[in-house]
Design a protein around this ligand. Structure first.
Ligand code: ATP
Ligand code: MG
Length: 364
């Protein structure tokens, strides 16, 4: 079967380490594997507007930021199609038709949407667009017949919703849409990277992020101020590694070779964890180790970003070309969807002929 990737990010801020381990790093590896027929990476501005409708300037300013982050992590526009959601009106049209296939109760049951409603204090008056954004995500995924969606764990309910819509559409109308599979990070620490404050998720909306574009000093300060184990007051105290953000980040980023390079007194992460749990290992030492690792990972990303920043016009051109390519694919799917839903009146010679005959006979 043809393998197609669709995934994306909301332009509500610059991209951060959570995006990187949850999805970006994987996308680049998949892109470079050569196994995919098409790779579509979407800047989800229409979705960002569902909870930022009163702040379009924020969304507008962040399109270029996200595009620069994409290019700087190694997404290659000669292989992957980078595009902006709102410019593909076919996606909005598909959403409208899919809305018929989903009940309001089903939307309220989505655990990610529930958590986000709470976080945004939307309980009293949820914008309908926000409640329905999982349906618009189904349109994004199916418009490109994506088979594979590499995302963080928070997106699981969206994928389930998409699969339900696909099954319902195909059974009511005719086999048209493709049921996608989710591709979660292999490493559990990457499924949902916590924020530097120890909160469950690093998220632009929570202000607890290390951004890919942060300068080395900003990164260092954020790491040195990171949440660890509140019970580990003195170096000699036994410490906890579960729920300790520094260790979660080490789980996400540390490789065996890092010990030789930055902390040769330990042979492995397990040994480091054991020492911390036993007592006698201070937070500053583990934070410095983490800082060395993160700085090494971010340095080439930052350098590539600087290169692309020199020609912003070219980055806009990349997005524009990506939009044209994406639109052509979505248009094809929309035509098939409309045909399946029998709303392709003017393309349907048989329909017109039947009606001609009906009324020709009627007048005899
Ligand atoms: P917002 O607060 O505006 O929702 P966000 O930081 O949650 O922003 P999104 O654009 O919603 O970012 O998410 C884009 C992708 O990054 C999704 O695939 C999501 O699963 C993944 N992702 C976001 N944050 C994390 C995280 N902390 N850990 C792992 N994956 C993440
Ligand atoms: Mg989000």
């Amino acid at each position: 079967m043809r393998k197609i990737i669709l995934t994306g990010d909301r332009p509500t801020g610059r991209l951060h380490l959570g995006h990187y381990v949850g999805s970006l790093r994987r996308r680049v590896a998949l892109q470079n594997s050569g196994e995919y027929e098409k790779i579509l990476i979407m800047i989800a501005d229409a979705q960002a507007l569902t909870d930022n409708f009163d702040n379009p300037e924020k969304v507008r300013q962040n399109i270029i930021e996200v595009a620069l982050d994409y290019l700087s992590v190694g997404l290659d526009p000669s292989i992957s199609i980078l595009f902006v959601q709102s410019q593909i009106s076919e996606l909005t049209e598909l959403t409208y038709y899919y809305l018929n296939l989903v009940s309001v109760a089903r939307l309220y049951r989505n655990p990610t949407v529930k958590a986000e409603i709470q976080m945004r204090n939307f309980e009293a008056s949820i914008p309908t667009g926000f409640l329905c954004y999982p349906v618009s995500q189904a349109a994004d995924i199916t418009a490109f017949k994506a088979t594979t969606v590499p995302v963080g764990e928070d997106q699981l309910p969206m994928l389930e919703q998409t699969r339900e819509i696909v099954r319902k559409f195909n059974s009511i109308y005719q086999e048209t849409l493709v049921e996608p599979d989710v591709l979660l990070p292999e490493n559990s620490a990457c499924m949902r990277l916590p924020g530097t404050d120890g909160k469950a998720k690093m998220s632009k909306s929570l202000g607890n992020c290390i951004f890919l574009a942060d300068d080395p000093e900003e990164v260092r300060q954020k790491i040195m101020n990171m949440y660890t184990d509140p019970l580990h007051l003195k170096v000699s105290d036994p410490g906890h590694v579960e729920g300790n953000t520094v260790f979660t980040y080490l789980d996400a980023f540390c490789q065996p070779r890092h010990f030789g390079e930055y902390l040769p007194e330990y042979a492995s992460l397990d040994e480091l964890k054991e020492h911390y749990q036993r007592g006698g290992l201070g937070d500053v030492k583990i934070k410095k180790f983490l800082n060395s690792i993160i700085q090494e990972e971010l340095a080439p990303i930052r350098e590539r970003r600087k290169e692309y920043e020199k020609d912003i016009g070219a980055v806009y051109d990349i997005l524009k070309a990506g939009c044209n390519a994406a639109r052509a694919i979505a248009q094809q799917t929309l035509n098939e969807v409309k045909a399946a839903m029998k709303i392709n009146y003017f393309d349907d010679e048989a329909l017109i002929q039947t009606h001609k005959e009906k009324y020709a006979n009627g007048t005899i």
